[in-house]
Design a protein around this ligand. Structure first.
Ligand code: ZN
Ligand code: ZN
Length: 278
């Protein structure tokens, strides 16, 4: 009998947007997803290499790299990771999956990964809504997003421990929640707090609509902008949990979420206690 390995999400960075990125009030290193021997980095913004290494997650163990759109808080460390993933460019290995704007440039932005680096990987996948690919046993499908980079995608991830959704940067639009049905965990990039309308990102009010519509078993908020950090992401998470009955947690830099039958959370400090989210 084979034992199903746990799926772990390392929230190496939980900041988003220009001002948080340039001040590093929260890190912008993205998420490392691991299951068994498979490692995938999602949205490697500034700090991804450094804080991944600090967390003991060697970049040369990467099997896949996903860049959901062409904004620097999502792409800056991608080329460095490709050099590591390909064993210093010597081995043609790994999956690079990224939006058209990232790979080829579109609508006046990008490309943000050089042709040289794109040619190093074993599999290159250009992401549009509905594009599916695998990295090891992990399955990925790109989902629709509506953001200032028109080629932005979110993700739906099939793991051995249930389905995970990742909205990436998107505004709320009719139908957004349809991509995120039947999830064990939904990761919402919630840039701003309640009562702060914005078009191309989610605020807490829009996160509420998505949670009510999609009915995930649990949620983690991340990708916080300045207004959200000033309002307190924990307060917003508590509000969402109260409104929906779904457990909602606001990520902190260095948070590890481990998914098996349940979902447990562990903060970055030795003194942090394990929390059972689900
Ligand atoms: Zn962003
Ligand atoms: Zn963006």
């Amino acid at each position: 009998m084979t034992v199903q390995p746990e799926t772990t999400l390392h929230f190496l960075g939980t900041g988003g947007g220009r001002f948080v990125m340039t001040s590093q009030r929260r890190r912008t290193a993205g998420i490392r997803l691991t299951e068994g021997n498979t490692q995938v980095h999602i949205d490697p913004g500034p700090g991804a290499l450094v804080f991944g290494n600090w967390a003991g997650l060697s970049p040369d163990k990467l099997d896949g790299l996903i860049v959901t759109h062409c904004h620097p808080d999502h792409y800056t460390d991608a080329e460095v990771f490709i050099e590591a993933m390909t064993k210093g460019t010597r081995a043609k290995r790994g999956v690079l999956a990224a939006a058209k704007s990232v790979l080829r440039g579109a609508e006046g932005i990008g490309p943000s990964i050089s042709g040289y680096h794109q040619a190093l990987v074993r599999d290159l996948v250009e992401l549009y809504e509905g594009t599916s690919f695998k990295v090891g046993e992990l399955g990925f499908t790109a989902t629709e997003a509506q953001h200032s980079d028109p080629y932005t995608v979110g993700l739906r991830i099939t793991t051995g421990n249930g389905n995970i959704g990742y909205t990436s940067d998107t505004g709320y639009f009719k139908g957004v929640s349809e991509s995120y049905n039947d999830l064990k965990l939904l990761i919402l990039c919630t840039m701003w707090p309640r009562n702060n309308p914005l078009n191309i990102h989610l605020n807490t009010d829009e996160a509420l609509r998505i949670i009510k519509e999609a009915q995930p078993k649990a949620c983690i908020l991340t990708h916080f902008g300045m207004r959200m950090l000033n309002a307190g992401p924990e307060k917003e998470a508590t509000y969402l949990a109260e409104q929906t009955g779904v457990p909602v947690y606001a990520a902190v830099d260095g948070l590890e979420a481990t998914i098996s039958e349940e979902i447990t959370l562990k903060g970055p400090r030795k003194s942090d206690h394990q929390i059972k989210l689900l």
